[in-house]
Design a protein around this ligand. Structure first.
Ligand SMILES: Cc1cc2nc3c(=O)[nH]c(=O)nc-3n(C[C@H](O)[C@H](O)[C@H](O)COP(=O)(O)O)c2cc1C
Length: 400
């Protein structure tokens, strides 16, 4: 089999045995232009321990990688930090190879795995459930489990290797990048990818993240390395990604306005550009995003970083344009805090887009600012001046 990546020893007796998904471009709707990885780790001690697995389609590649270190049938323990299939769907295959392996998961993890893998004989798997603070001796080394409820699923857990100060953080602190490099200090722009990951996966759980960081702090763990289940491992001052999480979870910080829109025949786009010109004239940075011409995962990251944005949609069939509908559904689910939003759009007769956009965000914590701007068909000079004035106000709000 073609397995170009050797297992990599990240600390003495601790190996990365994950897989690289070079062709991943869509991760449950999250656009991944740089691909991704599913990281699994093998600890060779008296008890051979596998931390997480990979996506089912890569199971044999992971097993082959493990076989370069130990006989995979000798795996004693599997830590299942998370039920989601990118980390668990290789489990049935691993258990075919190592049928006596014992699985450690949270109570919810065990339930979730049973629900997913009932047809793979999960009821016969040997489980031990664990909770925060529980320890497992695997020889001279010790694992400690830390529940990470809703980071980002109810079952989520992290595992700390005490003697080596490594936190196997599962999805938290991850990034979607396919690279043959395994460490943060070897990859440029890793913080940018980590921010996109946070914005799209973890934003709704920001308060929990702050609490979790507090719990980890109280446990007094020395963390020399953070080994997430996606992307590169943080070994160069891991505190910087912990601090970045604390910052991102605390809310927006940039004085910038985003103008997010779609347009069929260009009228809403003319309005968007005039608003952007107003923001610029006010001395505030502005970025324009056409919904069909931009990667939404990156756009969401931009949106999380700033407090003010304008949403523009033409009316189509009495409502908002369908990309705006999808975008607002996604945005609403992310429950961003501390946002101010204004609406605009062109219509032909009865209108409806603005009403629907307002309706979509009505019961959220997003605050509506300034009167919505509606223009019938193509905007005229005075309409564009109105847009420009709106932009100036939004720019001022962003800096206030
Ligand atoms: C397929 C289609 C459906 C439309 N449906 C409506 C509608 O139900 N109500 C309305 O007021 N205008 C409707 N319009 C008119 C547009 O809202 C109008 O042309 C507007 O200026 C388009 O803005 P845009 O140039 O930004 O795409 C429709 C236009 C198209 C092409």
């Amino acid at each position: 089999m073609d397995t170009p990546e050797e297992p990599l020893e990240i600390a003495k007796g601790v190996y990365w045995v994950g897989v690289i998904d070079w062709n991943l471009r869509d991760f449950h709707g999250y656009e991944t232009p740089r691909g991704g990885t599913y990281n699994a780790y093998l600890i060779v001690n008296d008890k051979i321990t596998l931390i997480d697995t990979v996506k089912a389609s890569f199971a044999d590649e992971m097993i082959e990688r493990i076989s370069r270190i130990v006989d995979p049938s000798k795996i004693d323990y599997i830590v299942a930090n998370h039920v989601e299939m990118d980390h668990s769907s290789a489990l049935p295959r691993v258990l075919e190879v190592a049928p006596n392996a014992k699985i450690f998961a949270t109570e919810r993890g065990k339930t979730g795995l049973n629900e997913y893998y009932a047809e793979s004989g999960c009821s016969g798997w040997n489980f031990e459930t664990v909770k925060t603070g529980d320890e497992l001796k695997i020889g001279k080394r010790t694992l400690m489990f830390i529940e990470a409820v809703m980071l980002h699923w109810p079952d989520s857990m992290q595992t700390y290797l005490k003697e080596d100060n490594i936190l196997f953080s599962n999805d938290a602190f991850g990034q979607h990048i396919a690279t043959s490099k395994r460490f943060d200090d070897q990859v440029e722009d890793v913080m940018e990818d980590a921010a996109i990951y946070f914005a799209n996966i973890l934003t709704p759980f920001s308060s929990r993240i702050l609490k979790h960081l507090e719990t980890v702090g109280k446990l007094g763990l020395q963390i020399d390395m953070i080994a997430p289940s996606h992307g590169v491992i943080w070994r160069n001052d891991p505190q910087r990604i912990i601090d970045a999480y604390a910052k991102w979870a605390s809310g927006a910080s940039e004085q910038k306005v985003l103008v997010i829109y779609d347009s069929m025949w260009g009228s809403t786009e003319m309005m968007a550009k005039a608003i952007a010109e107003g923001v610029r004239a006010s001395g505030t940075e502005v970025v324009l995003f056409h919904l069909r011409k931009n990667d939404w995962s990156m756009l969401i990251k931009e949106l999380m970083e700033c407090r003010v944005f304008a949403l523009g949609s033409p009316t189509m069939h009495n409502g908002m344009f369908f990309t705006m509908g999808g975008f607002l559904t996604y945005l609403k689910g992310l429950r961003p805090k501390d946002k101010k939003v204004s609406f605009f759009g062109s219509y032909g007769w009865g209108g409806g887009a603005i009403r629907q956009m307002e309706e979509a965000l009505k019961n959220t914590k997003m605050e509506f600012v300034e009167e919505p701007l509606k223009v019938k068909f193509r905007p005229e000079r005075q309409d564009l001046e109105g847009c420009r004035q709106l932009g100036i106000k939004l720019g001022e709000i962003a800096r206030s």
